[in-house]
Design a protein around this ligand. Sequence first.
Ligand code: ACO
Ligand code: ZN
Length: 174
Amino acid sequence: MGTDKDTQTKYFNIFTDKDSIIIRRCTLEDLEEVIEVNEKELPEDYPYFFYKSILDNYADSFLVACNSSEKVIGYIMWRVEKLPSKYNLEFTNKGHLVSIAVLKNYRRLGIASALLNKSMLKVKNHNIDEFVLEVRVSNYLAISLYKKFKFKTHSIKNKYYRDGENAYYMTLKA
Ligand code: ACO
Ligand code: ZN
């Protein structure tokens, strides 16, 4: 919840020519602005309760980037899933990147990289063996971001998106 002391931790400061950016945990009060960023930057929209349930269950890795006017200009959210292991008949935990976005005016400043770096450390605490994600095969910017983090394309998920586009399923050993 928003009263948690850790919520206020400033994980990171990025000073750019035009603004100084803070990365911290998302709070309930941030959700409306997170949804605004999502709706501006991604075709995948989720209902409010979906964001709320991610915040309730995986608050430690739900981060926002805010500008000096305290507006949310980027976010990242993850969930942890139990999936069959690739190596044996056991189940293992995987950190699933649900969504990341940065407003256009704030791109290419290292904000997404900082969001990923900080949140992946938190996701790792959930005893995961892999980070996983899906990304549109046409999403060059996001794919190059994930490659920079050493994610590898594991497979293609056919017609993963509602408009029929395929997804790359990318994975990275934790
Ligand atoms: N051209 C080439 N490579 C780029 C570009 C670009 N314009 N922008 C980012 N990259 C790659 C580069 O490798 C870059 O590293 P570098 O600057 O050291 O070369 C790397 O991504 C990281 O750049 P950042 O500045 O950290 O990324 P940014 O803050 O600009 O955000 C993001 C990247 C999140 C993909 C942004 O473009 C965005 O919000 N896009 C729309 C939303 C989106 O597609 N989200 C991902 C959907 S998939 C999912 O959520 C699971
Ligand atoms: Zn997914």
